[in-house]
Design a protein around this ligand. Structure first.
Ligand code: DX5
Ligand code: ZN
Length: 221
């Protein structure tokens, strides 16, 4: 059980014509990080935004920017996203052969490297990279779109990652992305998650502050 979960609202679900409004909502609700989903229309079947959005968001908030690259050949873009202001920069294990090299270059360029895995990739496939990363992002939906239901097997993957981290004495954070809401969050906390990404449920919550407190298990009652 993790009692100090970080929340990371995803601006993918914000009004793109009013990103400043979305950021204010995150800040007022005391979100921990701003999650930014970059999609290239190739690695995933959707297109979102690129480094300019990260740069513009960086100018408007002091919250850590948790940038999730869902792009093919991420090595072509990492320096640009770091220059734009990404604090955490996460690449997919499935997106390029030489992920180890990409992770090293992210750290060298001054950001915290993250590694993401899609639902069909087992945690075991990430084992060789776990001592190189600051964040393991376990996707609990197939990437590309917000608003999908969490795939329950993802919860076991969190528990598995916690176990490996303990056995190896490592300290990377474990994040879950996709289908997080007030019903799935308690199960993920129980499994030991550190970071909860939430897009559609956050932006459609009647009371976003209360919603984030619920995600952390501090909802009262
Ligand atoms: C999906 C993205 C997610 C998405 C989560 O490809 O990586 O970050 O915004 O959205 P919800 O919380 O709506 O499932
Ligand atoms: Zn994401």
């Amino acid at each position: 059980m993790n009692n100090s979960v970080i929340t990371a609202p995803s601006i993918l679900a914000a009004d793109f014509a009013n990103i400043v409004g979305g950021l204010s909502l995150i800040e007022e609700a005391r979100g921990g990080w701003v999650h930014m989903d970059v999609m290239d229309g190739h690695f995933v079947p959707n297109i979102s935004f690129g480094p300019k959005m990260v740069r513009d968001v960086r100018a408007r908030t002091d919250l850590p920017l948790d940038v999730h690259l869902m792009v093919s050949q991420p090595e072509r873009y990492t320096s640009e996203f770091i220059e734009a202001g990404a604090d955490y920069l996460t690449v997919h294990l499935e997106s390029t052969v030489h992920v180890h090299r990409v992770i090293q270059s992210i750290r060298r360029d001054g950001a915290r490297p993250g590694l993401a895995i899609v639902p069909s990739t087992p945690v075991a496939a990430a084992e060789e990279l776990l001592d190189e990363i600051d964040l393991l992002l376990i996707m609990t939906v197939n990437p590309g779109f917000g608003g999908q239901a969490l795939i329950p097997r993802g919860i076991e993957k969190v528990a598995r990652a916690v176990q490996i981290r303990r056995e190896r004495g490592l300290s990377f954070r474990i994040s879950v992305d996709g289908g997080v809401n007030h019903e799935t969050a308690p199960l993920l906390r129980e499994a030991g998650v550190d970071v909860l990404v939430s897009g559609s449920a956050f932006f459609s919550a009647p009371d976003p502050s209360q919603y984030l407190r619920d995600l952390c298990g501090h909802g009262g009652g």
